[in-house]
Design a protein around this ligand. Structure first.
Ligand code: GAL
Length: 653
């Protein structure tokens, strides 16, 4: 197991190196990550490669028993490169160049950038290929983050047109599928196709979905080229990873293709960033881990685990004593098996003065240092627990085409994809059931429950897989707008929603309404839910029952016969349909019912206490994490505010 820190020796006086490394290793670390922003140090002038600075760092690290994870430095390029080749700089939606000075401003489709990036990577990797202490390469840094996934430059325009030519073959086919007859937008050639830059009203939905696919393709093709290059030059003992940032559902980047080419996936875990008044919800943090683990279907690393408040110009919530340490345990519970903390010491100069570290400007071993030290000492004893496989019964499914389709047409101002995914994920999380968050492209047949939030794009092949799953006894939970669209982001013609899955859901949705801010409609339980009440915002599908039974009807005179929540029996399975943004009490009841009926392993615990079980060698271990500011008890275990425990499970008495 590797435990360590992100260390930037180039930020500090050379005579601090020895002392820093000593302190890092005294804290319990056995690895440092270096290099990912240091291109200029390695190629101060074009073609003059120089690695002596890092040679010295690596030698010193070794003398302190530390291994090295080396980041290729292509996220931040040297100023001389931008000055010589301004074409490497990406452009925003208005065609403005993103100037030198921040980071990640290169264009993924710039051939010139790829030449220079490949050269530094080749030189660097070749230089350290025989270095035993260098155990892994991180390619670039958080690809596609901070808006860098999008670029509207001329190179991207030409590459987009070429991408469409490959996808469609003929312009007639594209015109037909896009429906460019609408507003007379028919193209004679691929060269006439615009970038979806700001215009009056909106661009064609199929074009916009293709634009997102193309952006994702561009990021992945850059990543894959670099992965291939590193693989060609690296030593046999060295592995390749990439640190995927949070906010993945907001980007035009599906990291799956890249993830498959990595030796292991890494994640940067920041439950607080910028001006957040409080951390993202515990279930949200958990979901990000389950998503990252789902990319390769196995355990992963975290190479940036937050310790202090973070932000560039604005910072927010200060993690309470013990809280960042608890997030580290939470990550380990969900499948992280090696962890590096961001960062050893906050930097007093440069753009990240307020991205705090394990230690800060006073350079003293303070509270955060002692938290990390205690964490490292304890977790190191549990290598076997951390290696154990996580095999949930429940899968939450996503599909990037669908996410992008929603990004472009929000339909309700209140709509947010991540929030809708969490609406269905959270009730199972609260039951401490284990959950995978995976793409619809993965084989989901082995699960007992599929949770399918707001999947408006469903094609017949996917629908068949859902049908087979339900027929064989699986439970599926769909939510609103399911199946209204096809793979080209067009509405399905001659079908009644939920198209393709109407028979398994057992309902027809002929009317639907977008609900706006503070607009909440009342729901009334019926049948099994008789006597219960609830509410729904964001959206409402007005469902007519076919073979399904209603669980909640709209509690209003006008639509009193229309259902919001239904359940249908299909084959040996059951299909729930959640026709709107229902409140948590409704989803909690449904999740509890599904867990009980499907014999899904879950653990009842007080609210705010997350209990995650891992089994190894016939033993069961519990990660008990208190996400609240008050003491909580689970069996005989008392967990202090924001505290965390990893204990052998003796059962509840
Ligand atoms: C991450 C990034 C780091 C640093 C950190 C600050 O997104 O990878 O380089 O900027 O945020 O919180």
């Amino acid at each position: 197991m590797y435990l360590g820190v992100d260390y930037y020796p180039e930020h500090w006086d050379a005579d601090m190196l020895e002392e820093d490394l000593q302190r890092i290793s005294d804290m319990g670390a056995n690895i440092i990550r270096v290099g990912e922003f240091a291109w200029h140090l390695m190629e101060k002038t074009e073609g003059e490669f120089e690695f002596s600075f890092f040679d010295h760092v690596v030698e010193k690290a070794k003398s302190h028993g530390l291994k090295v994870l080396f980041g290729t430095p292509t996220t931040t390029f040297p100023a001389w490169l931008a000055a010589k080749h301004p074409s490497i700089l990406s452009k925003d939606a208005y065609g403005h160049i993103r100037g030198f000075g921040g980071r990640r401003q290169y264009c993924f489709n710039s051939d010139t950038y790829r030449v220079y990036a490949s050269r530094i990577v080749r030189e660097l990797v070749n230089h350290y290929r025989d270095e035993e202490a260098l155990v892994a390469w991180q390619i670039d840094n958080e690809l596609g983050h901070e808006g860098s996934d999008i670029c509207y430059c001329e190179q991207c325009h030409a590459a987009f047109q070429a991408f469409l030519r490959t996808e469609y073959g003929s312009i007639e086919k594209l015109n037909e599928i896009y429906g460019t007859i609408f507003w007379g937008q028919t193209y004679n050639t691929f060269e006439e196709i615009p970038l979806p830059q700001p215009t009056i009203t909106v661009h064609n939905p199929s074009l916009r979905l293709d634009w997102s696919r193309f952006r994702s393709f561009s990021v992945n093709s850059f990543a894959l080229q670099q992965i291939q290059l590193v693989r060609m030059y690296k030593g046999g003992h060295q592995q390749i990873t990439h640190n995927i940032p949070g906010g993945f559902f907001e980007k035009a980047h599906d990291p799956s293709a890249m993830a498959e080419a990595l030796d292991f996936v890494s994640y940067d875990n920041y439950p607080v960033w910028g001006g957040l008044r409080e951390p993202i919800a515990p279930a949200h943090i958990a979901m990000t881990h389950d998503f990252i683990r789902g990319l390769q279907g196995r355990n992963y690393w975290i190479v940036e685990e937050l310790m202090g408040a973070q932000g560039h110009n604005v910072i927010g919530y200060l993690p309470r004593p013990g809280q960042a340490k608890m997030w580290a345990y939470q990550a380990m519970a969900h499948g992280c098996e090696s962890m590096l903390f961001f960062r050893w010491r906050g930097m007093t100069r440069g753009a990240e003065q307020f991205c705090l570290g394990i230690i800060d400007q006073d350079n003293e071993d303070g509270r955060k240092y002692h938290e990390v030290r205690a964490f490292m000492q304890d977790i190191r004893k549990h290598g076997e627990v951390l290696k154990s496989e996580i095999k949930p019964d429940i899968a939450v499914l996503y599909d990037f085409d669908n996410i992008w389709s929603w990004q472009h047409q929000q339909q309700s101002q209140e709509f947010d994809f991540t929030r809708e995914l969490l609406r269905l994920y959270t009730p199972f999380y609260k039951l401490n059931a284990q959950i995978d968050v995976i793409s619809t492209g993965k084989d989901f047949s082995r699960y007992k429950v599929l949770v399918v939030p707001v999947l408006q794009i469903i094609d017949p092949a996917l629908a068949d897989r859902f049908k087979a799953f339900a027929r064989q006894g699986g439970t599926i939970v769909f939510s609103f707008r399911a199946g209204i669209k096809d793979r080209h982001n067009n509405l399905n013609f001659r079908q009644t929603p939920p198209c393709c899955i109407r028979d398994i859901a057992g309902i027809a949705v002929r009317d639907a309404e977008s609900l706006q801010e503070r607009q909440c409609v009342k729901l009334k339980g019926i049948g099994k839910a008789e006597g219960l009440e609830g509410s729904c915002g964001v959206w409402r599908d007005l469902a007519d029952l076919e073979t399904a039974s209603a669980l909640y009807l709209y509690d209003e005179p006008f639509y009193k016969d229309k259902a919001c929540v239904t359940v249908n029996t299909y084959g040996k399975g059951r299909v729930y349909y959640i026709g709107g943004g229902v409140d948590s009490s409704i989803m909690d009841t449904i999740a509890r019912e599904i867990a009980a009926e499907g014999q899904i392993r879950h653990i009842e615990a007080p609210e705010g206490l997350e209990v995650y079980m891992r089994s190894t060698g016939g033993e069961e271990w519990l990660f008990i994490n208190n996400h609240t500011g008050s003491e909580k008890a689970f069996g005989e275990n008392v967990v202090e505010p924001y505290g965390s425990l990893l204990v052998k499970w003796k059962g509840l008495n």
